[in-house]
Structures are given as C-alpha cells and as structure tokens.
Design a protein around this ligand. Structure first.
Ligand SMILES: [Fe+2]
Length: 336
C-alpha cells in the first residue's frame, strides 16, 4: 500500500467555483485514496453537508461574492465537525486574517503542488483525530475525577467534600515533603478516589448511626481492596491503585488490609494516611464536633510512630502549632 494513502477512505468535500481547478483538486485527492465530493459553490457544499458527513473540507477562499471560510462557521455545530482547509491564490493580509479568525484548520496558498496539498490534508486530519482523542480523554477524566467521588458522597453523605479536601491536604503536604510532580499528580488522584471502594459497602452499614459490630467493621475494612479492584482499569496508574489500597495502613503495622509497616508504604501513601485522618478530625461529623487545632496536634504527636510516619506526624504537628490550619493552605507563599 502506498504510505501516502489515507488508512481508510476519508471523505473530502472540495469547494471551488472554477471548474478546472475543482477537477484538478478532485483528481489529486482521489489519486491519493480519498473519496471526494465536488461542490462549485457554498450553496452546493451546504447541500452535500446535509446529505452525508465529511472528514475534511477543502475550499477556495473567494467563491464569487462569497467567502469559502464561512463554511467553517456553518459546520462548527456538526458532530463530528470536519476541519476546513482554505486555498487562496490571493494571500492578502486581510483575507488570511479573516480566515484564521473563523478558525479554519489551515490556509494553503496557490499555486500548490500535489505533494504539499496532500501533506497538509494528512497533517490536518491527524491533528483533528488527536484533538478528538484528547477530548475523549478529557471527558473520561472528568467522569473519573468528578462523578466517581460524588458517587461516594451520595452513598456516604457524612463525608461530603471529604475527598476534595483530602486532595488539597495531601498535595500541600507532598509539596512540603519534596514529592516530585509526577507522584504528586498520582497522589492527587489517589486522594480523590481513596474511598471509591465504599461503593461495595452496603448502605445499611455505611449509614448506620451507631457503632458497628465486628462483622460490619470487617465489611467496611474491605473498602481499600475494593477500591483497588474498582481502579483495575487504570493500568498506567499502579501508584494510584497502591495508595488507595494502603490508605488505612499504619506505620506500626496494625492497620489494614495488609498490616504493612513503616517504609513498606511509600511516602505519598503515608502522606495520604495522615491527610485523610486530619480531615476527619478537623471537620464536623455526625458523631463529633470539629477538633480544635491543639487537640489535633496532640493526637499527631501521640500517634507519631504508631499510626503515622513519625517524621511526617511531627512535621505536621509543628506546622499546625505554628500556623494553625493555614499550614494546609495552598499557595501560601511561605516555605515553612
Ligand atoms: Fe477509607
């Protein structure tokens, strides 16, 4: 197969009011494997657009007393929206600027040789495909980072806003501890999704007003492992899954699910453990009022080396002592 051929038969709408040029353009594109539809005016082009979708539109700039780039505005609402390449023999500054302003994908100045025209078509199609994939990823990302945490909060209303706050606390702590940007990104995602496994905990347990029985507690303790499973498809985010899995481990090995000790949980994971507890203490819950800062500081010092990484716990206790809850505020403009 000719490597310059498009992979599948891409459909191109070609608009030019000069019959010879239109025929020539159609020949060039067809010989490169594109399916083409010729149109000698904008009106004919709009009719064609109503009848079938196109992957690309190639149009002359001046079409009698109309402008080819107007088609870019007309197709903007179409899904998928085909990119528009404008051809012009008169590259006036005003004309080029106007075409750019209406967001065409590219402008090609005539006379143009076939190779250059085909290379431009290929590049514009590739860029459009890339933009579409990015849009899909962005959409998937929005689902992951907004819909999933919201699902937990609906299931467990006592923790409203918990995940979003823990993201802020973990990130501030990670920054203070010199965690690199890539791990910080993973940690923010882990913080946002750390309780996602609660989806698998029955409502009557999650929303039980009183103390839980041992059996009920055992069910709740499965949520880190369930979170790990829920996130199984995050194949390139093993750290995110691990830190979600480990967010109830303790420095002294008495946590769950695996009773990991000390540095067996990496620093970002230990940061998440502490930040998650800080939020639980600092916020009001149905069973308790928010703890004042000195009481939280006392607990962090007491639990240094037990529940928490001792260095981390003392650093946070000192910071809270000195700065109150501003210690966790982002963009503080202070180093320590
Ligand atoms: Fe949890």
């Amino acid at each position: 197969m000719n490597p310059s051929m498009p992979r599948t038969s891409m459909h191109v709408l070609i608009v030019d009011d000069e019959a010879d040029v239109l025929r020539g353009l159609c020949r060039v594109l067809e010989s490169a494997g594109y399916a083409v539809t010729p149109a000698s005016s904008l009106g004919t082009a709009y009719q064609a657009l109503q009848q079938q979708p196109f992957d690309l539109i190639l149009t002359d700039l001046y079409l009698g007393d109309e402008f080819g780039y107007d088609i870019a505005g007309a197709v903007r609402e179409l899904r998928p929206c085909p990119p528009v390449i404008v051809l012009t023999g008169r590259p006036t500054f005003d004309g080029a600027q106007e075409a750019l302003r209406s967001k065409v994908a590219d402008i090609v100045v005539k006379p143009v040789d076939a190779q250059h025209l085909l290379a431009t078509c290929r590049r514009v199609l590739q860029e459009t495909e890339l933009a579409r994939r990015n849009q899909e990823l962005e959409y998937a990302n929005r689902v992951l980072t907004s819909v999933l945490p919201r699902t937990i909060e609906i299931k467990d209303p006592t923790t409203s806003g918990h995940a979003a706050r823990v993201v802020g606390y973990t990130d501030t702590l990670a920054q203070r501890c010199g965690v690199d940007e890539e791990d910080r990104r993973s940690l923010r995602l882990a913080a946002l999704l750390h309780d996602i496994g609660k989806i698998g905990v029955p409502d009557h347990i999650l929303q039980k007003p009183g103390a839980l029985t041992k059996d009920e507690m055992d069910v709740v303790k499965r949520h880190p492992a369930m979170g790990y499973e829920v996130l199984a498809e995050l194949k390139d985010h093993e750290n995110v899954r691990n830190w979600v899995y480990q967010h109830h481990e303790r420095w002294d090995g008495r946590g769950y699910p695996n009773g990991l000790q000390g540095h067996e949980v990496a620093l970002p994971g230990r940061i998440l453990v502490l930040a998650e507890v800080y939020d639980a203490l600092a916020e009001q819950r149905s069973y308790k009022a928010p703890w004042p800062i000195p009481k939280i500081v006392g607990l962090f010092r007491e639990e240094a080396g037990k529940q928490f990484d001792p260095d981390l716990a003392h650093m946070v206790a000192d910071g809270l002592d000195r700065m109150g809850n501003r210690f966790f505020a982002p963009d503080r403009g202070l180093l320590f």
